[in-house]
Design a protein around this ligand. Structure first.
Ligand SMILES: Cc1cc2nc3c(=O)[nH]c(=O)nc-3n(C[C@H](O)[C@H](O)[C@H](O)COP(=O)(O)OP(=O)(O)OC[C@H]3O[C@@H](n4cnc5c(N)ncnc54)[C@H](O)[C@@H]3O)c2cc1C
Length: 79
């Protein structure tokens, strides 16, 4: 009998979400368990009256590595 999932990932923050994305791309089956009502973990933003609010504290993304920048902007838009 084959396993239902290759990976069970606790938390849909940066680590869990990116791990699940990359593992799924490689044909693995993932179950992501998240206790909050949203993905993104501590970098989650919500829209309040049209303003993007960093619910758990402000985040700024820094990198001088073009490969890293190309990867993250292939996943999500940045302000
Ligand atoms: C106020 C603040 C400012 C920051 N500013 C920056 C910044 O400017 N630049 C930067 O690069 N980094 C910043 N960081 C750090 C950055 O937020 C973290 O490095 C990154 O979000 C960590 O991602 P993660 O997936 O490891 O964890 P998290 O984002 O914490 O995600 C973990 C997820 O797992 C879930 N979870 C935990 N336990 C369970 C469980 N038992 N069952 C189900 N779900 C569970 C949580 O609900 C959460 O959604 C900041 C952090 C904070 C708090």
């Amino acid at each position: 009998m084959s396993a239902l999932y290759d990976f069970v990932i606790v938390g849909a923050g940066l680590f869990g979400a990116v791990f699940a994305h990359e593992a799924t791309k490689r044909g693995k089956k993932c179950l992501v368990l998240e206790r909050r009502p949203h993905t993104g973990g501590n970098i989650y933003c919500e829209s309040r009256e049209g303003i993007s609010v960093h619910k758990y504290g402000a985040h700024i993304f820094h990198t001088s590595n073009k490969r890293v920048w190309d990867y993250v902007t292939s996943l999500v838009d940045f302000n």
